[in-house]
Each structure stands twice: as structure tokens, then as C-alpha cells.
Ligand binder design. Structure first.
Ligand SMILES: Cc1ncc(COP(=O)(O)O)c(C=O)c1O
Ligand SMILES: Nc1c(O)cccc1C(=O)C[C@H](N)C(=O)O
Length: 427
């Protein structure tokens, strides 16, 4: 595999002869030796395109359509209202939370599934502020965050009378003060694929008396998170990326066990009530992670997610991480070999300790280049102004996919001369 990829950058490549597809044989060897390999890949519906957009929408697990058909025809069609009890609909948010828990390093009873990530950010930030000390006057927000977290955090701060200070993740340890209630940080940067230092940042926040709130959207299912091991206080994440739950599948909220009793949800809907069918006008929060619930769960999406998570049977997230790093190393090597020198530059760190499971390449005319890649069957995505994003989902991405994507990228870059590729074009 790429022993010295950390010293090599795509723009240093010198060999670009079209036809010198010299990494293809290596891809075959790596796939043959891959312990996740074809059997796990076969759990997904794939076609002959190279799908490198699982960091935005994961592929469809093969078992989901049949399960959904059964839920619709039997549980909804025949059992109807009885399914809330008889088919376990009512308890699905906690049950499926327990299925996600091991993937992020949590014990049972710490994760509840429901609502969107944006809504869970709101619950976590306001809930965190309500647990913070009286003298706190501000929250810190990852300056590079996916926008929704920033928008929600600013609104939450406005509602609670606190200030918001955007801080680069690497600066949080220096910027946190005794007046900081919490910091909201993305574990992996959606744009660059950079992995932020969750243990170090969490520790620094705790040393200053602040809570650590993590957005795991781009890390859960791609690498071990270790929420309990590192003492994370609150975390949120989506399930439609590396967890393959489907478009708009419900998100999750993690609350550290020792904080659950103090977790005062800003959205105390009836599903989080200690006695929801008491239908009383007074609110009494349920015990435990149930208090992270709001209203009626989105059962069809929830149950699709539950079956999607079966694709993890027998798979260790540590093995997924090993393959993810091998895939991204190999892709960077292939890009170095196949792309015309100087046309792309990786903005994803080469250092394994700082890399998530995607490779982002800065490229002039990126919108046009990605459109052409997609036309040729290589599906990544584009983020303005000039970033090509390639997400690697170790459960189903093969080394052959990585090689083919880099090869087609090389072809496209040779055919679209740089001067024709307007920087920042498209949206
Ligand atoms: C880091 C991060 N947070 C939040 C979101 C979005 O959350 P929601 O599912 O609420 O749209 C995304 C992606 O869409 C994301 O990448
Ligand atoms: N959630 C998405 C959607 O509903 C439509 C299109 C894309 C998305 C995404 O997830 C974007 C993604 N979070 C990103 O990293 O850019």
C-alpha cells in the first residue's frame, strides 16, 4: 500500500502518460486481500458506476427494500395501530440508538434516534447551555463547521443570552475560558475531510469547565469515535452518510450517562414525557436517554435505518478505519500517478491522524470536472468554489473503485485544459 504517501502530493507527480494504468493490478491485489471485501460489499445495491459519495448519501443496503415492504404491508397495512406495541414501533428510537451506540463507542442507553441533525444540534446546544455554570457568557463554535450547526448555535445562543465565538478547532484549547459553556465541534470537516482531535479538544474543554459537543456526521461509521472513552458530553450525527440509513433518515443524539439526569431538553415533546399516555398538562421528563425524544417518530425511515445497520453485522469499526486509510492512501497514490502535474492539490491531510474518510482535491474548474466525472460514471461531489470531494465507504468501496476514479479523473483533466476550466465556476 502507500508506504510513503505522506511525503507525496499529487502535484509532484511526474508520470502522466495516458495508458500507463499501472495501479490497476495493485488494486486487484488489495481487493483480494481485503478482509471486508466482496461479501460485505454484496450487502449493498451497487452498479457499474464508482460511487464515492457515501459521505453525503450512503448506498442502499440490499435488505432494506424487503424490510420496508414488510413494514408497509404487514405492520402498517395489517396490524395498523397495534404496531406501536406489537411491532416495537414505540421503543424504536432507543432500540436503534443502542444499535448505533457501539459504532460511536457508547454503551446501551446513551443514544436516541430521531429528528434531523439540525434539530439535535439545537437540543444538544441548548441542553448543554442549561447544564453549564451560571457565570458562562459564551459558546464556541467550530469556525469551519458545516453551516447548519453554526446557524442553529447562533439562534440557541440568542435565545439563551449567550455570545457565540467562532474558533478554529485547533485553537479551541487556547481560546476556551471559564466563561465558556460549551464548544460545538465537527469531528470531521465536511469540506476538507480533516479529522479534528476529539480526545485533545474534549480534554481541553473539560479542563476549563466547559462541555464538549461533537457533530459526528462525517465520522460515525467511518472511524472509531470513542465518545465514552474520551468523555464526550453530548454528540449528534446523521445516519444517511456512512450509516447508510437512506435519504433524510433520522439523526441521533448522544448524552453522557452522568449528564442524563440534568439534561433539560429545549424541545420537551410528549414522547420524552415520563408518562406520555397520561396526557397531563404538566411536563415530567422521562428517565434516561428517552428525554432526548420529541414527537412521534418517523417510523418508516427509522425501520429502514434499523435494517440498514444490519450491514454492520460482524464488522468492526476498527477494521473499517484500517480500510478507509488504505483506500484514501491508495487513491492519493493513484491521483499522483494519473493526474497531470499541478492540476489538483489535496486539501485533505496526508497524516493519518488528521484524515477522515474522504479526499478533497482543490481543482480549478471543479464544477465542470465533477460534472464530467459523473457523466463518465464516477460519482463524487463538488463544493464551491473549487473542491472535488471523494468519499470512501469501506463497507462497499473497493480499491478498484479508487483506481478507476483516479484514472477517469486523469482523463478528464487531460481533456479539459486548465485554461478552459474556470476557477470557482458552478454551484
Ligand atoms: C457536519 C454536518 N452537520 C449537519 C448536517 C446536516 O444536518 P441535517 O440532516 O439536519 O440537514 C450535515 C450534512 O448535511 C453535516 O455534514
Ligand atoms: N443532507 C443532504 C441533503 O439533504 C441533500 C444533499 C446533500 C446533503 C448532505 O448531506 C451534504 C453533506 N452534509 C455535506 O457534507 O456537504
Amino acid at each position: 500500500m502507500s508506504e510513503n504517501s505522506e511525503n507525496k502530493t499529487p502535484h509532484e507527480a511526474t508520470e502522466n502518460a495516458p495508458g500507463a494504468r499501472d495501479h490497476a493490478a495493485q488494486a486487484g491485489q488489495l481487493d483480494a486481500a481485503d478482509p471486508l471485501g466482496a461479501a460485505v460489499r454484496d450487502r449493498f445495491v451497487l452498479d457499474d458506476t464508482v460511487y464515492l459519495d457515501g459521505n453525503s448519501l450512503g448506498a442502499l443496503p440490499r435488505a432494506v427494500p424487503g424490510r420496508l415492504a414488510e413494514v408497509i404491508s404487514h405492520e402498517w397495512g395489517e396490524l395498523r395501530i397495534r404496531s406501536w406495541d406489537e411491532a416495537g414501533w414505540w421503543t424504536a428510537p432507543e432500540r436503534i440508538g443502542d444499535k448505533i451506540a457501539p459504532l460511536i463507542g457508547a454503551s446501551p442507553g446513551r443514544v436516541v434516534v430521531g429528528d434531523s441533525t439540525s434539530i439535535n444540534v439545537f437540543k444538544a446546544v441548548v441542553g448543554g447551555i442549561r447544564m453549564a455554570g451560571k457565570g458562562c457568557t459564551e459558546i464556541l463554535v467550530d469556525a469551519t463547521t458545516f453551516p447548519t450547526d453554526g446557524y442553529i448555535a447562533r439562534s440557541a445562543a440568542r435565545m439563551t443570552g449567550l455570545a457565540v465565538r467562532p474558533v478554529e478547532p485547533t485553537r479551541i484549547a487556547d481560546e476556551v475560558t471559564e466563561r465558556t459553556a460549551l464548544a460545538l465541534v465537527n469531528h470531521v470537516d465536511y469540506r476538507t475531510g480533516e479529522l479534528n482531535d476529539l480526545p485533545g479538544i474534549t480534554n481541553a474543554l473539560h479542563s476549563a469547565g466547559a462541555l464538549a459537543v461533537w457533530d459526528l456526521c462525517h465520522s460515525a461509521g467511518a472511524l472509531p469515535v470513542g465518545v465514552e472513552r474520551y468523555g464526550v458530553d453530548l454528540a449528534v450525527g446523521c445516519t444517511y452518510k456512512y450509516l447508510n440509513g437512506g435519504p433524510g433518515s433520522p439523526a441521533y443524539l448522544y448524552v453522557r450517562e452522568s449528564l442524563q439526569e440534568r439534561f433539560d431538553s429545549p424541545l420537551p415533546g410528549w414522547n420524552s414525557h415520563a408518562d406520555p399516555f397520561g396526557m397531563t398538562s404538566d411536563y415530567a421528563a422521562a428517565e434516561g436517554i428517552v428525554r432526548g425524544r420529541v414527537g412521534t417518530p418517523d417510523i418508516l425511515s427509522l425501520l429502514a435505518l434499523e435494517t440498514a445497520l444490519d450491514a454492520w453485522d460482524g464488522v468492526a469499526v476498527e477494521d473499517v478505519r484500517t480500510k478507509s486509510l488504505a483506500l484514501t492512501d491508495f487513491f492519493l497514490d493513484c491521483v499522483a500517478a494519473y493526474a497531470p502535474p499541478g492540476r489538483v492539490r489535496s486539501i485533505t491531510p496526508y497524516d493519518h491522524g488528521r484524515r477522515g474518510s474522504q479526499v478533497s482535491l482543490e481543482c480549478s474548474g471543479a464544477a465542470e470536472v465533477m460534472a464530467e466525472l459523473i457523466r463518465r460514471g464516477v460519482i463524487g461531489d463538488f463544493r464551491r468554489p473549487d473542491v472535488l470531494r471523494f468519499g470512501f465507504t469501506p463497507l462497499y468501496t473497493s480499491f478498484a473503485d479508487a483506481e478507476r476514479a483516479a484514472w477517469v479523473l486523469g482523463e478528464v483533466l487531460r481533456e479539459l485544459p486548465e485554461e478552459d476550466a474556470a476557477p470557482g465556476a458552478g454551484g
